[in-house]
Write a protein that binds this ligand. Sequence first.
Ligand code: FMN
Length: 171
Amino acid sequence: MTGAALERLRKSYLETHDRSEPYAPEVPMPQTWPEDLQDRSRRNSIRLFENVGIAREDQEARAANWRNNFQFFNAPALAILCQDRTLTEWSIMDLGTFGGYLMLSAEQHGIQSVPAFSSVAYPKLLRAELDIPEHLLIRTGILLGYAEEDHPYNRHVSEREPLEHLVHFKQ
Ligand SMILES: Cc1cc2nc3c(=O)[nH]c(=O)nc-3n(C[C@H](O)[C@H](O)[C@H](O)COP(=O)(O)O)c2cc1C
């Protein structure tokens, strides 16, 4: 979605976020994360905040940074990825692959992307704006636009897990 429809959604998302309405994604978020992932995520957040220049105790700046999610980082386009409800976990790989190729294809056209859980935090608003039929489950959203290369956010490079932790070679 883009243009006037996206601007309406951006406004309603921000208003809903500012009212502190709880997120209600149709695919539930894990209650707890595996410890190693949680640790890496925490380290990445700390480094990201350092890069952006937000102090740990600066709650106001942290809230403004989070709020930016709900105006979709000003991206000019948003793709919502859905799947038939009957497909179960069996088909997660299909949609994941689709999303990955969508981002690679966008990049080839000079368009950058950010998969963003925050864009599907309020599915009621998405359903109202996009007329998404009930048999489709809203799984995720991908923001599309043009990266500001010199923005402090984009100077941050996330820590990567070493290859030998991810792949087990056996001969
Ligand atoms: C499924 C998924 C959902 C995500 N949701 C968000 C989000 O809501 N807000 C956000 O700031 N980053 C979110 N991220 C992380 C950014 O997309 C990611 O940090 C960015 O694309 C850069 O990738 P990198 O950190 O792996 O380098 C999400 C990532 C994935 C894979």
